[in-house]
Design a protein around this ligand. Structure first.
Ligand SMILES: Nc1nc2c(ncn2[C@@H]2O[C@H](COP(=O)(O)OP(=O)(O)O)[C@@H](OP(=O)(O)OP(=O)(O)O)[C@H]2O)c(=O)[nH]1
Ligand SMILES: [Mn+2]
Length: 179
């Protein structure tokens, strides 16, 4: 039995159940699970990273932030390393939105390499999604502000994965945003 394959299916199934009632903000209300699956896929397919714990953390990365999942639950099901990576990429929801955004910029450089890979792929997925279509209710200015803020976060993540950083740089360049 290929235990990595079994583990990944357990993880993606857990994430799918947790995000089952959630939709993306695009006009078609795409199932939310497309996002964590896409982030994990960017890491393996484009980043060339096959670290099972990083791929699991990518699949789980929004479960605590956006569903009823706790870190204790992740730790008991998937172990301390996966739970720690998810914790590193989870915003503190008790803070105001402005403080959360500022904290991401400040914390990026202090994350582990594993967490940095997840954060790079998360930003890459979301920026591509913004290029694909505008979330309901977002103005062009809000989209541009997200690019500018994301570039500030990505600055702290540099030196982690050349392929992902190159692709992010190209997206920022297209928007006239200096990294
Ligand atoms: N581009 C895009 N984003 C969508 C869509 N639907 C949901 N999102 C999520 O919205 C978040 C970005 O929107 P914001 O307004 O900045 O954040 P908010 O969720 O705190 O309101 C991202 O969260 P995140 O993954 O936690 O990442 P981050 O905000 O920490 O970078 C992203 O995954 C969509 O259709 N397009
Ligand atoms: Mn995300």
């Amino acid at each position: 039995m290929n235990s990595d394959a079994v583990l990944l299916l357990e993880t993606v199934n857990f994430a799918a159940e947790k995000h089952r009632n959630q939709r993306r903000k695009d006009p078609e209300a795409t199932p939310y699970i497309n996002h964590p699956i896409g982030v994990a896929r960017i890491i393996s397919h484009e980043g060339g990273v096959a670290d099972i714990e990083v791929l699991q953390a990518a699949l789980l990365h929004d479960t605590v932030e956006d569903t009823d999942t706790s870190f204790a639950e992740l730790e008991s099901k998937f172990g301390p390393i996966v739970a720690r990576i998810v914790q590193e990429v989870t915003d503190d929801k008790s803070l105001s939105k402005q403080d959360r955004k500022r904290q991401q910029v400040e914390h990026a450089a202090h994350c582990s390499r594993q967490a940095k890979v997840v954060k790079l792929a998360d930003k890459l997925y979301n920026l591509r999604d913004l290029n694909r279509c505008t979330p309901s209710g977002w103005t062009a200015e809000r989209v541009q502000e997200y690019f500018v803020w994301a570039s500030e976060v990505v600055k702290g993540l540099r030196g982690t994965n050349y392929a992902l950083e190159e692709r992010l740089e190209e997206l920022f360049r297209q928007r006239g945003v200096q990294l």
